[in-house]
Design a protein around this ligand. Structure first.
Ligand SMILES: [Ca+2]
Ligand SMILES: [Ca+2]
Ligand SMILES: [Ca+2]
Length: 309
């Protein structure tokens, strides 16, 4: 297959010394032809260095009930087999039904729920163990009604057992300014939070966290110390997600520049302060970015948090 990724001449840095950095960034090939649906992981080493790439055994095809037009909620270990799974909201083959697409390496999939047609604005924002039971959960958001995000609680077998609703919402009026961009623990209290980005024109471009507890209640808020306002957005920076990119135990916010192809992260201190930015050693430039989309951070924290060997 033709890979459009640019490999720099710089020598590889030594591996990170921290215990659990994000180990990969997953890309989907949305182009046409036989390579369509290919999943490629950039392997990360806990600094800025991309050490190589791995082509996933799973491909996003009709046979795997996955379409390149689907929405991708991210990657996580959902069903207890210690392999990362890929979660999608299907829009191609199921008239807008919500699917969770798991067992990526075994090419399994299952239908999660129906009844959410093309008019449905529900989006899967991300995957974390919100209620701290050791199983990864999915946070969904729709601006409809009160705009309260809903967290589907999974039982570790790949099935959603129940759900909880976040105590506050962002309705249609709020949604015109604020977009949910990522989930993860940004204040280092052990509970995962929901990150919003203010995209209002001429606004400050705030990145703002709802600090949640294990019951889905908002127990506080936090603004990151850096913003991404008009000049940042106009130069085509877009958030990809939260992950501990440098392995120091705090979540960092990963961005991609769809013009230059740079992938960079805000190194966070666990208290809302952005310490610096770091650029990954590989880029996906404009030509590459026409076909390849980053769809998830492969983070050890996405694995089960209990019964971990
Ligand atoms: Ca859970
Ligand atoms: Ca938190
Ligand atoms: Ca970090």
């Amino acid at each position: 297959m033709t890979m459009a990724f640019i490999i720099p001449d710089a020598a590889y840095a030594s591996p990170g010394v921290f215990p659990a950095p994000a180990t990969g960034l997953l890309w989907l090939y949305r182009g046409t032809g036989s390579d369509q649906g290919t999943l490629v992981q950039w392997n990360l080493n806990g600094t800025e260095t991309v050490t190589g790439q791995t082509i996933w055994a799973m491909k996003c095809t009709y046979e795997t009930r996955c379409s390149v037009f689907d929405e991708f909620a991210g990657v996580a270990e959902m069903d207890g087999n210690a392999g990362h799974d890929l979660l999608t909201r299907q829009t191609m083959y199921s008239a807008g039904d919500l699917y969770l697409h798991t067992n990526a390496k075994q090419q399994g999939w299952f239908h999660w729920t129906a009844g959410c047609g093309p008019e449905c604005q529900t989006r899967a924002i991300g995957i974390r163990d919100f209620n701290k039971d050791g199983h990864q959960d999915v946070l969904w958001y729709s601006p409809a009604g009160e705009g309260k995000p809903v967290i589907s609680l999974f039982n570790g077998s790949g099935w959603s057992s129940s759900s909880m609703t976040v105590s506050v919402g962002c309705d249609r009026n709020c949604h015109q300014e604020w977009q949910p961009i990522a989930v993860g623990d940004v204040n280092s209290d052990g509970f995962h939070d929901l990150l919003w980005w203010n995209v209002k024109r001429y606004g400050p471009g705030l990145v703002h966290a709802w600090l949640l507890n294990a019951s889905g209640q908002r127990i506080g808020t936090l603004d990151l110390s850096w913003q991404c306002a008009d000049d940042c957005r106009d130069s085509l920076w877009n958030p990809i997600g939260l992950g501990d990119m440098n392995g120091d135990g705090t979540q960092d916010l990963l961005w991609k520049n769809f013009h230059s192809g740079s992938v960079a992260y805000w190194e966070l201190d666990g208290h809302g302060n952005v310490m610096r930015d770091r650029y990954l050693s590989w880029t996906c430039d404009y030509h590459c970015g026409q076909y390849w989309e980053p769809i998830g951070i492969v983070d050890p924290e996405h694995r089960r948090s209990i019964k971990w060997p």
